[in-house]
Design a protein around this ligand. Structure first.
Ligand code: TYM
Length: 341
């Protein structure tokens, strides 16, 4: 009798990791550029998702607000539909290996390459009174976040691309100096929604730290507020809905609408041919409200359940620590550190 073929060993699922800072209420940009993709990818990959609280203190935070926002963002990760039994959902500072590996990687990162980071240049201009060393070394901590989990893929918005490149450079450098230690990660940047722009200045990205609240939709805004903000979005004076040069405001709204409805730009232009911006903006607002409604409903149910949130964070930190500590020890051993028994 012929032998049964031996089934191949199950392949390890590829791992994805991503984080979001609790430095304000997340915006529609965070949601469409990152969070929505996290949920989509969480079934296909082994996912680890964190609240990047260590990154957030590169800008001064009010302690009470900061504490509240960390819990809100943790609850938001669950509200977007991440299942904490399936994915690892955790708070970055609960896993000390992040800060430890960041220190190690600082010593494998050049001053010159950090000085070229556009986010550092932008943020140090915006916070000229507090250009701290943490702000400068921010991308190294981000590299540590990623490399600790041997992440294959990192789903982010387009603004994080440069940081991903540095993480890859650091991983390659370390692997070359010693021997393969870290997986070299690839960015995953969605075709759409990767760069949602400010509603008031479509040349600038939508940001939760923008001082003008009309420039962004927060994921927790009430429907009437969303409608008002989208209605007042800056457009052009042509009055025709199509994707084109010199139409940054309309292009942005089309991108948002397309992400929420799944419609192509051609279909949107066809559907709104001969209709004015007022009608289009009302449709965009409705689509955004419908997109965010279930998220907000789940969030409202979770946010007051303190013990559930604490439990999720504790289990997430324990699972994350196991993976992170293994990688940290591997890297430190290669460098020649004497590891504790
Ligand atoms: P943060 O907190 O600024 O943003 C979280 C995610 O949202 C994306 N994003 C956007 N996408 C599209 N349009 C926008 N207007 C927009 N604004 C923000 C960001 O690209 C990001 O994916 N440094 C990171 C947090 C971080 C991290 C990591 C990410 C820390 N460690 C490790 C990946 C892997 C940040 O500040 O994201």
């Amino acid at each position: 009798m012929a032998n049964e073929p031996i089934p191949a060993a199950p392949e390890r699922k590829k791992r994805i990791l991503s984080c979001i800072q609790p430095s304000g209420i997340p915006t529609l940009g965070n949601y469409l550029g990152a969070l929505k993709n996290w949920k989509k990818l969480a079934d296909e990959f082994d996912g680890a998702f964190a609240v990047a609280d260590l990154h957030a203190i590169t800008v001064r935070q009010d302690p009470a607000t900061f504490r509240k926002q960390i819990n809100q963002v943790l609850a938001l990760l669950l509200a977007i539909g991440l299942d904490p039994e399936q994915s690892i959902v955790f708070i970055q500072s609960h896993v000390p290996a992040h800060a430890q590996l960041a220190w190690v990687l600082n010593c494998y990162t050049q001053f010159g390459e950090m000085s070229r980071m556009t986010q550092f240049k932008d943020k140090s201009a915006a916070h000229a009174d507090n250009v701290n060393v943490g702000l400068f070394a921010y991308p190294v901590l981000m590299a540590a976040d990623i490399l600790l989990y041997q992440a294959d893929l990192v789903p982010v918005g387009a603004d994080q691309k440069q940081h991903l490149e540095i993480a890859r450079d650091i991983a390659n450098r370390f692997n070359t100096v010693y021997s393969p230690t870290f997986t070299v990660p690839e960015p995953y940047i969605g075709k759409q929604g990767a760069r949602v722009m400010s509603l008031q200045n479509p040349a600038k990205k939508m940001s939760k730290s923008d001082p003008n609240p009309k420039s962004y939709v927060s994921v927790f805004d009430e429907p009437a507020v969303i409608a008002k903000k989208i209605k007042s979005a800056v457009t052009d004076c042509e009055g025709a809905v199509y994707y084109g040069d010199g139409k940054d405001g309309i292009n942005n709204l089309m991108g948002i609408y397309s992400c929420c409805t799944g419609l192509s730009y051609d279909q949107i232009a066809h559907d709104f041919a001969g209709k004015g911006y007022g009608e289009f903006k009302a449709a965009v607002a409705d689509a955004v409200v419908e997109e965010l409604r279930p998220v907000k409903e789940r969030f409202d149910r979770i946010i007051n359940d303190k013990s559930y949130l604490e439990d999720v964070a504790a289990r997430g930190a324990a699972r994350a620590s196991r993976i992170a500590n293994r990688t940290l020890q591997k890297a430190m051993k290669k460098i020649g550190f004497v590891l504790p028994k």
